[in-house]
Design a protein around this ligand. Structure first.
Ligand code: S3P
Length: 184
């Protein structure tokens, strides 16, 4: 099974994906990292040199490649998407057919606080902001229905550790943790 994590910037997709992959003993990919390595450019560089539309096209191409490469393998794989990946209908369609998509649904306060801690320099859609809470709130309002529509499973994450989120995902999707993980 391919488990794809979606949700707004700062909801913890990458750290939860790492934790989930460790619990399942499987591979873990981060779509942004894969694009960054493949293109030899950072996400802000891709946005500034080629524009957002080109970045969305790359997201689709790399997503398709990762999903196709893993289709043949009878093993689990965890994929952290970018916060905007599912807003491209072609990406949402790919995920519908080939992955179990989990929306990590965090509230505005959690997102703002996580983004304040993590920083927004690597996030071109937010890095020019004068009022982070207002801009996150407005983009979240637009995107929430899309995350909810694309998701096979929704996990409300406010106040939960990465480990408990990973556990909730495992029981919701019926994945099989590694034996050693069951002993903990
Ligand atoms: C984006 C989210 C980012 C990255 C890019 C665009 C978005 O990923 O893909 O900056 O549109 O929400 P994270 O959600 O990992 O920050």
């Amino acid at each position: 099974m391919t488990i794809a994590l979606t949700g707004f910037m700062g909801c913890g997709k990458s750290s939860v994906a790492a934790c989930l992959a460790q619990r399942l003993g499987c591979f873990f990919f981060d779509l942004d990292d894969t694009i960054r390595m493949g293109e030899e450019l950072s996400v802000p560089e891709i946005f500034s040199q080629r524009g957002e539309k080109a970045f969305r096209k790359l997201e689709f191409e790399y997503l398709e490649r990762i999903l196709s490469d893993y289709e043949e393998f009878p093993v689990d794989m965890v994929l952290a998407l970018g916060g905007g990946t599912v807003t491209t209908p072609e990406c949402a369609n790919l995920l519908k057919d080939r992955a179990c998509t989990v929306y990590l649904r965090a509230g505005l306060e959690t997102l703002v606080s996580n983004l304040e801690i993590a920083g927004i320099q690597e996030r071109p859609l937010l890095c020019g902001t004068k009022d982070l809470r207002t801009d996150v709130g407005s983009l979240l309002g637009k995107r929430s229905p899309i995350y909810e529509k694309t998701a096979d499973v929704i996990i409300d994450t406010d106040g939960l550790s990465d480990e408990s989120i990973a556990d909730r995902i495992i029981s919701s999707v019926g994945a099989q943790p590694r034996k050693e993980e069951l002993l903990h």
